[in-house]
Design a binder for this molecule. Structure first.
Ligand code: AMP
Length: 306
């Protein structure tokens, strides 16, 4: 075990211009941990209600995702619903029902406190800080966030930024958090707020990675059919974190985590995001075969070299 994943487990309702689907297996920790499970055995910190289908819990187990940090309590599972418009780049949240998440202040299993790689998938920054406070000396912490927290929990979010190594967020969130329209300037400003590295996701246009005096523009995998963009950012972060955790699985490894390795992590993250958007919910991500990841890696190599 070397990767902890914190986030939401949800039953989502998603509407696109073509279709609406209800009660999908979603949540930021679900997408992130399933994505990471192709590289490592993540340890999950999350909560579900007693209405959460046990087949999904069994799916986590089949992937060797450690569930000692997963609570199942009486009550309703977190629910989110959203709608995509036009070319699927615009999304409106219709409802967010925290349900069992409202009182979730987890005490981590003891074995989790020494995990070296941490992914704080999108969830309230107070909860992200609460988990971070229980860790001894993590080697690399990645955090994701969303516009909701930028608006209602900015102080906690700014505190979190001083304690993480990499922030992953989308372009509109980067603009909102910095007040800067130009993404190159936004990336630089976000690095000044704390994290050494910043990944700004731009949907079908790929992603920018910023580091100390370094910059990488990663394309998105060329896809003709996108069914549901939900969870792409979480699968991206999960792929990145999972790759890093597997690359440094020997806990004595002194190899530094440098920009080149993070570029590779960003490509693996982008590959996992590309599968995610090919179906509603986690269906496509859960059906990925290892060889498909390597096939897409080769395509990335081709489209990003000239
Ligand atoms: P993304 O498309 O990367 O923004 O992530 C979508 C996932 O985020 C969905 O599966 C939702 O269940 C989950 N989600 C939406 N809002 C929240 C929230 N406020 N806290 C935690 N998870 C959320």
């Amino acid at each position: 075990m070397s990767l902890l994943v914190l986030g939401s487990i949800a039953l989502d309702t998603v509407k696109t211009p073509l279709e609406e689907r209800k009660e999908l297996f979603g949540g930021t920790a679900s997408y992130a941990s399933i994505s990471a499970s192709f590289f490592t055995n993540p340890s999950l910190v999350a909560i579900v209600g007693d209405d959460f289908p046990s087949e999904y819990i069994e799916d986590f187990q089949r992937r060797n995702i450690d569930l000692s940090g997963l609570q199942r309590v009486p009550g309703k599972t977190f629910r989110w619903s959203g709608e995509y418009f036009d070319n699927m780049n615009n999304r409106k949240t219709h409802s967010t029902d925290l349900n069992v998440f409202a009182d979730f202040t987890p005490t981590l299993p003891e074995a989790y406190s020494t995990l070296p790689f941490i992914l704080l998938a999108n969830i309230g920054p107070d909860l992200q800080l609460h988990v971070l406070d229980q860790l001894q000396s993590p080697r690399f912490v990645i955090a994701d966030t969303m516009n909701l927290w930028i608006n209602i929990a900015r102080a906690d979010l700014l505190k979190l930024l001083t304690r993480i190594d990499l922030l992953s967020l989308n372009d509109s969130e980067a603009r909102e958090l910095t007040g800067q329209n130009n993404l190159i300037q936004a990336g630089a400003l976000l690095r000044k707020m704390g994290p050494t590295y910043v990944a700004i996701k731009k949907g079908e246009h790929g992603c920018y990675l910023f580091g100390p005096d370094q910059f990488f523009s990663c394309p998105a995998y060329p896809l003709e059919n996108i069914q549901d963009p939900t969870g792409a950012g979480d699968a991206f972060a999960g792929g990145m974190a999972g790759y890093l955790a597997s690359r440094f699985s020997d806990s004595n490894s002194k190899e530094p985590i440098n920009f080149e390795i993070l570029q590779q992590a960003v490509v693996y993250g982008s590959i996992m995001a590309s599968f995610t958007v090919e179906s509603f919910g986690t269906d496509r991500l859960r059906s990925v075969e290892q060889k498909e990841i390597e096939e897409r890696w080769k395509v990335f190599k081709k489209v990003s070299t000239f």
